[in-house]
Design a protein around this ligand. Structure first.
Ligand code: MD6
Ligand code: FE
Length: 213
């Protein structure tokens, strides 16, 4: 009985070849992840970046690791320095590295060592429109995406923007691992609904780990 409950709580759901949701995988580490995140946000505060079209993104972002993803009027890039402070991004904490490597291995990608972690903060109404992750140097490494706080609906599309997207509900502690044949599929996040999470209040945090350089 206990084993059955455990399995039902921590199951791996295939999404597509190369993509899976690891339900609850980050829950046991949530307090450590959030304590480390508070330090990261002290050194590199959340900010609303501009898209290349000059629009303010509804999702607030920061980064840790050797490279950080940034967007401004000149386009998207990975930058070793935070343009707001001129300093290197905070380093990747051990708790982040361990979780990312363990999740990747669980999904079949052994030896994942990320050099970039984009941190997305959603408040009610914030959304991320359909996009591909293609600013990384090589597409051989997977992406590991950790959801904390309020639930959200993840859109998982195909290889063209117009392909119909699956709607995948994600809750606190869920991890999506994404690589191989799924690496360039379109995806996004629907507008966050109102709510209050016991640890995070009225927000959702997403940690997206990549090998960017
Ligand atoms: C988010 N995630 O869940 C945004 N990208 O807040 C992403 O854009 C993403 O979850 C690539 C792979 C997995 C992801
Ligand atoms: Fe993405």
């Amino acid at each position: 009985m206990a084993a059955d409950l455990f399995d039902a709580d921590l199951r791996t759901e295939p999404l597509a070849p190369g993509a899976a949701v690891l339900r609850g995988f980050a829950r046991a580490a949530d307090a450590d992840l959030l304590a480390d995140l508070a330090e990261i946000a002290d050194g590199a505060p959340f900010r609303h970046m501009l898209t290349p079209n000059g629009l303010r993104m509804s999702v607030a972002m920061t980064n840790c690791g050797a490279l950080g993803w940034v967007s401004d009027k000149t386009g998207y890039r990975y930058d070793p320095a935070d343009p707001e402070t001129g300093r290197p991004w905070p380093s990747l904490p051990a708790s982040f590295l361990r979780l990312a490597a363990d999740a990747a291995a669980q999904a079949g990608f052994e030896g994942f060592v990320p050099d970039a972690c984009l941190v997305n903060r959603y408040e009610p109404g914030a959304r991320l429109s359909l996009h591909q992750d293609r600013d990384e140097r090589d597409f051989g490494a997977p992406i590991v995406s950790v959801s904390l706080g309020l639930p959200a609906v993840f859109l998982f599309g195909g290889t063209t923007r117009s392909d119909k997207a699956l709607r995948v509900p994600l809750v606190h502690g869920d991890v999506v691992v994404w690589g191989g044949p799924a690496r360039l599929r379109y995806h996004g996040v629907l507008a966050l609904k109102d709510g209050r999470h016991p640890l995070l209040g009225p927000r959702r945090i997403n940690l997206t780990f990549r090998k960017a350089g």
